[in-house]
Ligand binder design. Structure first.
Ligand SMILES: C[S@@+](CC[C@H](N)C(=O)[O-])C[C@H]1O[C@@H](n2cnc3c(N)ncnc32)[C@H](O)[C@@H]1O
Length: 207
């Protein structure tokens, strides 16, 4: 699984990347001044948007290519700090990306959590472990915003995987569904080729 992600970065097959960041984050994120965890962050510009809201932002990403691309493309100078996982720390900024396997990441605790393209990237058999690990990194009352997908899995297969509402609520009973819209036109081409006509992006947040 890990090798498939690294290969995608090497080959530039990163269709999930949003050059302008995620509009649902910008619409629904309501907290400021927190230490925010962004698992499986890729090179998302959401890290910069969150920093601009006054947060200390910490991403975790497997691919070193992705981490380096984030800093290069946004012209952010950084220092490398060795440790169990190498930390790329933005100079005079509030962004750090740890490079390595999220399941080995332990630099909590966090008081907010943003998940886009992460829970949905984890295969169903690893999802419980992913959520348990995330919970271990968060404070009890952490703010959360999680963007999930719902689609007919008998027509198309992930990643990204669908995560039904019951499953989301079984992990995080405090979340509410605050938005939902069809985003099939931005879904992977393989979905449309398979005949999928609707892919709902669902935004979950705690009140
Ligand atoms: C679908 S992409 C989403 C990236 C980002 N959240 C975004 O919205 O652009 C999933 C990312 O997770 C990374 N990844 C996959 N498994 C991982 C793991 N076990 N630990 C850390 N990163 C991982 C991949 O390299 C990839 O960049």
């Amino acid at each position: 699984m890990d090798e498939q992600w690294l290969e995608r970065w090497r080959e530039g097959r990163i269709g999930w990347h949003e050059p302008e960041g995620n509009t649902s984050l910008q619409k629904h994120w309501v907290v400021s001044g927190k230490r925010v965890l962004v698992p499986l962050c890729g090179k998302t510009r959401d890290l910069i948007w969150l920093e601009h809201q006054g947060h200390e932002v910490v991403g975790v990403e497997l691919s070193e290519l992705a981490v380096q691309a984030f800093f290069a493309e946004n012209e952010i100078a950084y220092s490398i700090v060795a440790g169990p996982q190498t930390a790329y720390v933005a100079d005079n900024r509030s962004i750090t990306i740890y490079c390595g396997d999220y399941f080995d990441f332990s630099a909590g605790p966090f008081d907010a959590y943003y998940d886009r393209g992460a829970l949905v990237a984890i295969p169903p058999n690893l999802r419980g472990r992913y959520v348990g690990h995330t919970r271990s990194l968060l404070r009890e009352d952490a703010d959360k915003l999680i963007i999930c997908l719902e689609y007919d899995a008998s027509i198309a297969t992930g990643p990204p995987f669908p995560v039904p509402a019951e499953e989301v609520l079984s992990y995080w009973p405090d979340l509410q569904r605050v938005d939902a819209y069809d985003d099939i036109e931005n879904g992977p081409p393989k979905f449309r080729e398979a005949g999928l006509e609707e892919m709902i992006e669902v935004v979950w947040r705690n009140p």
